[in-house]
Design a protein around this ligand. Structure first.
Ligand code: ATP
Ligand code: MG
Length: 188
C-alpha cells in the first residue's frame, strides 16, 4: 500500500496558464519508489525531468522507482561520479544524470549533454538539474524533494513537488493526478 496523500493540488484557472503544481507527502522510501513507478506511466521519449531539493531528499530513490516502472531490471546507482548512466527500456532509454559535482557550462558541454537532452528516444532525469535550467531549450518538468521536520518519524517524510511550466506538462500532471486518485480510492 502506498502511504501517501495528496495534500494540495493547484491549477491556475486553465490549461493555458502553464502553471500546474502537485504536492505529495511521502511517508517512506517505498512510497517514493511507488510514486516514481506510477509517474513513469505518463512518460514518453523526449521527456526531460529536472530534480531539485535537499541533499538526501529522495531524488535517486524516486528515479529508481521510475526505472522500475519502465521495466528496467538493473539496479539504478547514483551517477554522482560517472555523471551520466544510461539504461535500456525497450524502445526507449532512461538517461540518469547527476550534476551535484559539476559547476559551469563548460563542464556540462564536455559530457555532450545536448546529445541526450534532445534525443527523442530518451527519458532524461537530471538530479541537481537546476544548474543547467537556462540551457534547456525545451519544456521540462521540475520535481523537488524536501524534508518535513515535524512530529514523530519526520526523518522519513518528504514533500515532493511537481512544477510544470508548460501546457505539455500541465496535461501530463493532470493524468498523473487521476492515476493517483484512482489508487487512493483502491487503497481506502
Ligand atoms: N519518504 C522518503 N522518500 C525518499 N527517501 C527516503 C524517504 N524516507 C527516507 N528516505 C531515505 O532517504 C535517502 C534518500 O536518498 P537519495 O539518494 O534517494 O536522495 P537524493 O535526493 O538522490 O540525494 P543526493 O542529493 O545526495 O543525490 C535514502 O536513504 C532513503 O531510504
Ligand atoms: Mg541522488
Amino acid at each position: 500500500m502506498i502511504a501517501k496523500k495528496i495534500i494540495r493540488m493547484t491549477t491556475v484557472d486553465s490549461w493555458d496558464c502553464f502553471n500546474m503544481n502537485l504536492e505529495i507527502l511521502s511517508k517512506s522510501s517505498q512510497a517514493t519508489i511507488d510514486l516514481g513507478k506510477k509517474f513513469s506511466k505518463i512518460l514518453r521519449g523526449g521527456d526531460i525531468i529536472i530534480f531539485s531539493g535537499e541533499l538526501g531528499g529522495g531524488k535517486t530513490t524516486f528515479i529508481s522507482g521510475l526505472a522500475n516502472g519502465l521495466e528496467i531490471k538493473e539496479n539504478l546507482s547514483s551517477p554522482s561520479f560517472t555523471i551520466l548512466n544510461q539504461y535500456n527500456a525497450g524502445k526507449l532509454k532512461l538517461v540518469h544524470i547527476d550534476f551535484y559535482r559539476l559547476d559551469g557550462i563548460d563542464e556540462f558541454d564536455n559530457i555532450g549533454i545536448d546529445d541526450h537532452i534532445y534525443d527523442d528516444s530518451a527519458i532524461v532525469c537530471i538530479e541537481w538539474g537546476e544548474k543547467i535550467r537556462q540551457y534547456i531549450k525545451k519544456d521540462y518538468l521540475n520535481i523537488s524533494f524536501n524534508y518535513i521536520i515535524e512530529g514523530e518519524e519526520s526523518i522519513n517524510k518528504r514533500i515532493i513537488r511537481f512544477n510544470s511550466s508548460s501546457n505539455y506538462w500541465d496535461k501530463k500532471l493532470n493524468i498523473l493526478k487521476k492515476l493517483l486518485a484512482r489508487e487512493d480510492i483502491q487503497n481506502t
